[in-house]
Design a protein around this ligand. Structure first.
Ligand SMILES: [Zn+2]
Length: 312
């Protein structure tokens, strides 16, 4: 039996998982700005899950940040009260057993590569496109954390192959402009629609208007798909994944799975006519990478945390 804990900005969710089968699940409000209370909440969740599902030898934890491989301290967390804390050691001491901690987008990728939409694939790039953009890399079943624990952090790279009106791009909270996140996140799509119409809408409403034939909404989604194709083509050129899995709120836009693969061939190295294939044929056909929607939806974070300890 595996226990996974997903520490979010508003809730902490716990899951007891037995070979992919959910035995128990519960969630509590995150004690914001209180590190000791966060440790206590996690300990209580683990105890409650074990009362229901039996003992677990380890615990996996997903956080909106990462453990610095050199110092062992939390970094890059938007749950700022975790930053600089030795969370792994403190939890191992509180729980009396080994704990593994990974970035929440990495947990998402682990979940989808283990028994989700990319199960069995060799190289997987798992992307969360929601209020922000995060991603994780799985190579032959192994999570790639990287030297700085930032592998997959592609959302704050600049949008590649920018058109004139995409440069320098919108300002990003990270201090730069034109980050992929400023275009592909939900707020990024909403901002694009607002720039062209002056109207503030949530992304699902933009999609609905495009479905109803509104030109401005359709143009916003077409720009969105083109930008996602460019951003993911750059990933394909570096990582060459078998499968790219999308999660988060923007993964609910059904049309991206059809349209983005029709565009990305123009940017993937060797997939265009300049790369040497027959004139007139579509570059898209030469890109074998699959773009798929997450299977486990919002559960992927906590499931992936549980899967941080491999099944035995
Ligand atoms: Zn940025």
């Amino acid at each position: 039996m595996h226990i996974g804990i997903d520490v979010g900005g508003t809730k902490i969710e716990g899951l007891a998982l037995d070979h992919g089968r959910e035995l128990a699940r519960l969630r509590v409000a995150t004690p914001r700005d209180d590190y000791d209370a966060t440790l206590r909440a996690i300990r209580q969740i683990v105890a409650a899950l074990e009362a229901h599902a039996g003992p677990a030898a380890h615990v996996g934890l997903g956080i909106p940040g990462a453990i610095d491989p050199d110092s062992g301290l939390v970094k890059n967390a938007n749950s700022t009260w975790l930053i600089g804390r030795p969370l792994t050691i403190d939890l191992e001491s509180a729980l009396g057993r080994p704990v593994r901690i990974a970035n929440d987008a990495n947990c998402f990728a682990v979940s989808e590569a283990t028994d989700g939409a990319a199960a069995g694939a060799g190289v997987v790039f798992g992307v969360i496109v929601g209020t922000g953009t995060g991603a994780g890399v799985i190579v032959h079943g192994q999570l790639l954390t990287g030297r700085h624990a930032i592998a997959g952090e592609w959302g704050h790279n600049p949008l590649p192959w920018p058109d004139a009106d995409e440069w320098p791009g919108p300002p990003c909270y990270c201090g730069r402009s034109g980050c992929i996140e400023t275009f592909l996140s939900g707020p990024g799509l909403a901002a694009d629609y607002r720039r062209s119409t002056g109207v503030i809408l949530e992304p699902p409403d933009v999609v609905r208007r495009a479905d109803n034939g509104e030109g401005a909404a359709e143009a916003t989604l077409a720009r969105y798909e083109h930008r996602m194709a460019k951003a993911l083509a750059a990933v394909i050129n570096v990582l060459d994944p078998d499968v790219i899995v999308l999660g988060g709120g923007m993964s609910n836009i059904e049309r991206v799975y059809r349209r983005v693969p029709l565009i990305w061939g123009h940017y993937v190295f060797g997939a265009t006519e300049a790369g040497g294939h027959a004139p007139g044929s579509s570059g898209a056909a030469r890109v074998r990478t699959q773009l798929v929607r997450a299977k486990h939806g919002d559960s992927s974070g906590v499931r992936g945390a549980a899967w941080l300890w491999p099944a035995r």
